[in-house]
Design a protein around this ligand. Sequence first.
Ligand code: ITT
Length: 199
Amino acid sequence: MPKLLIATNNQGKVREFQELLQGLPYELVTPKELGIRLDVEENGKTYQENARIKAAAFFKASGLLTLADDSGLEVDALNGEPGLRSSRYAGEGASDERRVEFLLNKLKNVPEKQRSARFRCVIAMARTESQIEYCEGICEGLITFTPRGAEGFGYDPIFCFPELKQTMAELSAKVKNRISHRARAATKARLLLQEWAAK
Ligand code: ITT
């Protein structure tokens, strides 16, 4: 079976991709398993550019078909922030808890009706350093006033689905992986991966 490198240093993403890409004719491998340590500078102006930078760098380091994910949370009341800066929002190396607290503080005077937000995920898959395909997924919700739930990672405890009245962190991995931005992008990526495997 051909190998597919899941090129991320975020263990939350690794866990989700292992489930989202199950059953495909690829052996999923991680940078850790290959002994590859890369901290790529994400200096792109879009999710797509950053996803490309990561996929190309890990392809170069491994020579393997490589999947990278660039994602973020866009809060309307903050004009789309933290967006591309989601992982660095409360400073380099801050914990998920600290980032959540930082964001909630910025929204402390914003009423429920104006707390709309979306998660966005762009997957880049590199077959060579320049042959790269993209898949995008979006998921709409509302930012809560306090964190709830212990599943998932990142901003999941404050991202609520109004229809479910639950945050992303209150959902099981199984349910998150049916409705998340990453799940939607991965559904499209699966089709491409299947197509390539059949050739
Ligand atoms: P890699 O670049 O190594 O993949 P990263 O965590 O730095 O890891 P990003 O640059 O794409 O990844 O940053 C995305 C950030 O957006 C991530 O750190 C979370 O804070 C947030 N995020 C993305 N997807 C999320 C999800 O499903 N649930 C909660 N937060 C998420």
